[in-house]
Design a protein around this ligand. Structure first.
Ligand SMILES: [Zn+2]
Length: 55
């Protein structure tokens, strides 16, 4: 399921409130400032620092 551009445009990093980059396959959002990767699970972005993976 593709994420809507409207949803993507309002998403920010919960830690730094910065802009996120979406991975090309839409499986995660990346914050380059925090070096964290927020997963997308079943089409829903998981915007939780505790769930994020360090990159
Ligand atoms: Zn961040």
């Amino acid at each position: 399921m593709a994420l809507s551009p409207e949803l993507i445009s309002i998403l920010v990093c919960p830690q730094c409130k910065g802009k996120l980059d979406m991975e090309p396959n839409e499986t995660a959002f990346l914050c380059s400032a925090c070096r964290l990767r927020y997963p997308v699970r079943e089409g829903i972005p998981v915007m939780l620092v505790d769930e994020a993976e360090k990159i």
